[in-house]
Design a protein around this ligand. Structure first.
Ligand SMILES: Nc1ncnc2c1ncn2[C@@H]1O[C@H](COP(=O)(O)OP(=O)(O)OP(=O)(O)O)[C@@H](O)[C@H]1O
Ligand SMILES: C[C@H](N)[C@H](N)CCCCCC(=O)O
Ligand SMILES: [Mg+2]
Length: 205
């Protein structure tokens, strides 16, 4: 399975959920565009327990923790989508930056990268007040572009009414719910990876 992890905004838990996915699928991991430190690749490496995952190097490693287009400009670089090609891996978790409409340059966005890579998306959705709007706008853009979506992960404090609306509007399966964790550790990642693996096998029955 190859999947692209995107979210309804930045700091939504893509890296945590990517670690859970990488562990559940015993997959490889790739963050093609990283702006600022700590590097998500290093964070996922620290959270994953299996010893088989390969961590591919970033295509663009930018200095400032800003939108990639802005960080690239400061570093004197222009992000070129043609330079971003999938590593040769069948079992791969690809993590985006921020949300779908985060600019990579003056014309192209994360969602254009997703279209170019042609792999299904997992959407990370949080349930803060205002997140219904952010989730449904993200879902509308994915649907408008006919991008295949493997499912949603709800991350953080639960809100059943928001979850119900997002699930119904999207028609996407909910793959996992991750509560706000007291500690983000390899043990908690392993615990949620086991739940995710179970949910995925139920869905595939
Ligand atoms: N369910 C959770 N419980 C506790 N802490 C969490 C949870 N989800 C995310 N965090 C913490 O919130 C912070 C932001 O999460 P994370 O780095 O995964 O976001 P991101 O979507 O990957 O951001 P970026 O757009 O920069 O890649 C991290 O410190 C992470 O450990
Ligand atoms: C630096 C940060 N942690 C992310 N990697 C990039 C977030 C870009 C957000 C841009 C925006 O939507 O305003
Ligand atoms: Mg991240």
């Amino acid at each position: 399975m190859r999947i692209f992890v995107t979210a309804i905004h930045t700091d939504s838990g893509k890296t945590l959920c990517s670690a859970i996915l990488t562990e559940a699928l015993q997959a490889d991991y790739w963050k093609p565009v990283q702006s600022g430190y700590p590097r998500d690749t290093e964070s996922v490496k620290e959270l994953v327990s299996n010893t088989t995952s390969t961590f591919y190097p970033e295509q663009y490693l930018l200095t400032e923790p800003m939108s990639p287009h802005a960080s690239a400009r400061i570093d004197g670089v222009t992000i070129d989508l043609d330079q971003i090609t999938l590593p040769d891996a069948n079992n791969l978790v690809v993590e985006g930056a921020g949300g779908l409409m985060v600019p990579l340059n003056d014309e192209e966005y994360i969602v254009d990268l997703i279209e170019k890579l042609q792999i299904p998306v997992i959407l990370i959705s949080n349930l803060y007040l205002g997140s219904i709007n952010h989730s449904l706008l993200s879902i509308n853009e994915l649907k408008r572009r006919n991008i295949p979506v493997a499912g949603i992960i709800f991350n953080g404090d639960s809100n059943p009414e928001s979850e119900r609306i997002i699930e119904a509007h999207s028609g996407y399966p909910v793959l996992l719910r991750v509560p706000t964790l007291k500690e983000v550790t390899p043990e908690t990642v392993k615990q949620y990876a086991a739940i995710l693996a179970e949910n995925l096998s139920e869905l595939n029955k």
